[in-house]
Design a binder for this molecule. Structure first.
Ligand SMILES: *Cc1c(COP(=O)(O)O)cnc(C)c1O
Length: 483
């Protein structure tokens, strides 16, 4: 019998792997002469120890939810239980090939099926797709569903999407990419949809409305039933952006409020470490008239077996390879099982309690433009701080105190916005400490404004040119070409 050492040897490996099927022609004929090196690349020559120290030092510059509060409004940067990571690393899930025969993927399909059932019950809607891989991707799917629905009814003239000015920024982008034009609906002085402004826009060119629930001010539309009734009466559909479902999960269901499409951000509401662009899961639940149009394949159960159903003639097709970001679904499922129904209700209770606790404390120090009960987040304004101190200065000064700044300059309807979402997983001490730091910073703005204008002072870098950083990122090891 061969040992591992035998397999590691060249002759043995030659017999083990299939023949190489890449042409062995000279590189220049395959690549083009201009891409072939004439000299060896200049790669830094460092010892393993130096490299280990380099990356360890870099890792210590990072800040994440495991370091402290991360109050990034609208992003729900909450603590993610490590048990979810264990579940996502179970090799039967993590190593499963997406093309494996369904008979060998029954556990994974069962998980998707069961998670779908839970999401249906949470949303109060009859069908769900787990295929989208981000919230914005779910929105795009929702807009495609709107489009196909009206095409099927012979109402292709419905080309307009109504969008409150308090909507999340991805909403108008998704509507536009799907080929709709966007009409903005202004908010009233209470921070909710102005019903008169809505009535004026409703006609036979309207495909529907996209509502962010709660909106980006952290306020729930108190007239949501009236809004959805008016839109339905005018022949339109209602899209709910539910990325911040942590504010009402277990307490109210979008299906009962007139939603036709509702997207979850599994990577926010049901945990999963996120940031930096992924991975995400923007599951979409729909009302009865839209079920037929959902993407394929769909996970179905026949007797005791799970299958993938491709035979859905009215489906819009697939919007992503395979079944979306499967391991995010595993984390979400693990999270829901840990919490149970009571635990999910506690999520929304604590998210709302924490946000209101911080808002009440901070509104005596910073301006609060919409002073009313909030849901999971609230928006302060840096306007009126002394000595020309701006919201950006406050955000940068927070870094000196070792705290991640909140979302700033969004939503656009609040000048100098500071959008704070403490999340449900912060305790009282963390909230108090965050509030104390913001209060200290407000005192500094009056007494030592240079501390804010010059911030951050303790960070590895000072203020960067954000435009240059985004337009001309330097992503490689900085070697200068030798002349
Ligand atoms: C985060 C968020 C989105 C977008 O979700 P992504 O996964 O980042 O695409 C959409 N709407 C709201 C309200 C959000 O908070």
């Amino acid at each position: 019998m061969k040992t591992l050492f035998d397999y590691a040897s060249r002759e043995c490996a030659d017999g083990l792997f299939p023949e190489c099927d890449v042409p062995s022609a000279a590189p220049s004929s395959v690549l083009g002469a201009e891409f072939v090196r004439s000299r060896a690349p200049r790669i830094p020559n460092l010892s393993e120890g130096d490299v280990a120290r380099h990356y360890t030092a870099l890792s210590k510059l990072n800040y994440g939810v495991d370091d402290g509060i991360y109050p990034l409004g609208s992003c729900t940067m909450k603590y993610n239980p490590k048990l979810n990571e264990d579940a996502a690393r179970i090799s039967g899930f993590a190593s499963l090939h997406p093309r494996v025969d369904v008979s060998l993927a029954q556990g994974a399909l069962g998980l998707l099926y069961e998670l779908g059932k839970i999401l249906k019950s949470v949303s109060g809607l009859p069908s769900v797709s787990l295929q989208p891989v981000a919230g914005a991707h779910g929105e795009l799917l929702g807009m495609f569903l709107f489009k196909r629905y009206f095409e099927a009814r012979g109402e292709s003239g419905r080309k307009r999407i109504l969008l409150p000015d308090s909507a999340h920024g991805t909403n108008p982008a998704s509507a536009a990419i799907a080929g709709f034009s966007v009409t903005e609906i202004r908010s009233n002085e209470r921070g909710t949809v102005d019903l008169d402004a809505l009535r004026k826009e409703l006609d036979s060119t309207v495909a529907g409305i996209m509502l962010t629930v709660p909106n980006t001010l952290g306020i729930f539309e108190e007239n949501i039933l009236e809004v959805t009734r008016l839109v339905h009466e005018a022949g339109g559909l209602c899209y709910f952006d539910g990325a911040n479902l942590n504010s009402f999960i277990g307490r109210a269901r979008p299906g009962d409020m007139g939603a036709d499409v509702f997207h979850f951000n599994l990577h926010k509401t049901l945990s999963t470490p996120h940031g930096g662009g992924g991975p995400g899961a923007g599951a979409v639940a729909v009302s009865a008239p839209l079920v037929d149009f959902l993407p394929v394949p769909r996970v179905v159960k026949a007797g005791d077996e799970y299958r993938l159903d491709w035979d859905c003639p009215r489906s819009i097709g697939s919007i992503h390879g395979f079944y979306g970001n499967f391991l995010v679904a595993v984390r979400a499922y693990a999270y829901v099982l840990q919490l149970g129904e009571e635990g999910l209700r506690a999520v929304s209770e604590n998210a709302v309690l924490n946000a209101n606790y911080l808002m009440e404390r901070l509104k005596t120090t910073y301006r609060l433009p919409y002073d009313r009960l909030c849901k999971h987040e609230f928006v302060l304004s840096g306007e009126g701080l002394p000595n020309h101190v701006s919201t950006l200065d406050v955000a940068k000064r927070l870094i000196d105190y070792g705290v991640h700044p909140p979302t700033v300059y969004f939503p656009l309807i609040v000048h100098e916005a500071l959008m704070i979402e403490p999340t449900e997983t912060e305790g009282r001490e963390a909230l108090d400490r965050f509030a104390e730091i913001l209060e200290t910073i407000a005192r500094e703005a009056a007494e030592h404004p240079e501390l804010l204008h010059d911030a951050p002072r303790n960070a590895p870098v000072r203020r960067l040119d954000q435009t240059q950083a985004a337009r001309n990122p330097v992503l490689t090891y900085p070697f200068r070409a030798e002349g």
